[in-house]
Design a protein around this ligand. Structure first.
Ligand SMILES: Nc1ncnc2c1ncn2[C@@H]1O[C@H](COP(=O)(O)OP(=O)(O)OP(=O)(O)O)[C@@H](O)[C@H]1O
Ligand SMILES: [Mg+2]
Length: 295
């Protein structure tokens, strides 16, 4: 969409005056803009309609796994209807967090369908901080506290809509003004047939893999600090949670297993190994860290 058109749409849909709008680098499935309105800075987030649809075989597999209730996070991100649900989900979780004083991105305005206007956070996300090799103790501790408080509140209220449903290291930012970690981007649609305990455990596992997998970090340079975060995170988990995580942890992606069973050539393309996280070496690191804490 052209910037002028977008500006007009934002003014109309969200009923705010826009003085300036500037696209930010494209990262994944959403478009982001730095937006100024009456001297205040905002982050405008909207789904990208141009995300290509997955091959039909992959679609079939995902549906199959979904029905079999396998412990996978189900992400149907390719249809407009789904995109709207993702926006609505993100807005809902962020607004819930605000009610419980959880440090997170604040929603300023949203139509819960096509766009979310967030406070602009002055700072960097934790993936970048780690890669730049300058994660301070203050930042480290604040991240662990942020995540464990989210889980504490969600568990206490037994409310899935309070969990971080896309728990990975890139979805936390260190806010230089409040000097605290703030959660962002809870817009992942999960398999609704999984219960709270399973989803919580699976999300935790995903966080662990985001620290060790090469999808998020492609060199070993920062491995030491990432494993320190991994261990500190696992220390905050309760024994039954760790036990569930140990039993759900699997060295091979369910998608990949299914491919092997059907006798079809397992595609080495990383998309078929869900997030490319569940390879043997990463599995071992995560499983050993969990077992060490469980003892
Ligand atoms: N409110 C904000 N203020 C400043 N920067 C932000 C804000 N929200 C996000 N960012 C920056 O933009 C990056 C991507 O944002 P976000 O995680 O919300 O979207 P995404 O990962 O592209 O989308 P999705 O995960 O939904 O596909 C973040 O890692 C962070 O660096
Ligand atoms: Mg994100």
């Amino acid at each position: 969409m052209e910037l002028d058109k977008l500006k007009e749409k934002v003014q109309k849909t969200l009923n705010i005056s826009v003085t300036h709008i500037e696209p930010l680098p494209y990262i994944s499935s959403s478009l982001r803009y730095k937006l100024t309105s009456e001297d205040e800075l905002f982050m405008l987030k909207l789904p990208d309609d141009n995300v290509p649809a997955p091959p039909s075989q992959l679609k079939k597999l995902i549906r199959y796994l979904f029905e079999k209730k396998l412990p996978i996070i189900f992400q149907e991100r390719f249809e407009r209807r789904t995109q709207e649900r993702r926006v609505s989900l993100e807005a809902t979780v962020l607004q819930n967090w605000e009610q419980y004083n959880i440090d997170a991105a604040r929603v300023r305005v949203t139509d819960k369908r096509t766009m979310i206007l967030l406070d602009y956070i002055m700072g960097q996300d934790y993936k970048d901080l780690i890669e730049e090799g300058r994660l301070t103790k203050e930042q480290f501790d604040s991240l662990i506290e942020n995540i464990s408080y989210i889980r504490y509140v969600a568990k206490r209220e037994e409310n899935l809509m309070l969990l971080h449903n896309d728990l990975h290291i890139g979805n936390f930012m260190f806010d230089q003004e409040s000097r605290k970690s703030r959660a962002i981007d809870p817009g992942m649609i999960l398999n609704p047939s999984l219960n709270f305990k399973e989803i919580d455990a699976y999300l935790n596992l995903f966080f662990c893999y985001s620290l060790v997998s090469n999808l998020f970090f492609d060199s070993n340079r920062t491995r030491y600090i990432r494993e320190e975060i991994l261990n500190a995170f696992i220390k905050t988990l309760e024994r039954p949670t760790i036990q569930t995580m140990i039993s759900l942890n699997n060295p091979v992606s369910p998608l990949y297993l299914r491919y092997q069973k059907t006798g079809k050539k397992p595609d080495p393309h990383k998309n078929f190994n869900l997030y490319n996280t569940f390879n043997k070496q990463n599995f071992k690191i995560v499983q050993e860290a969990l077992q060490k804490q469980y003892k």
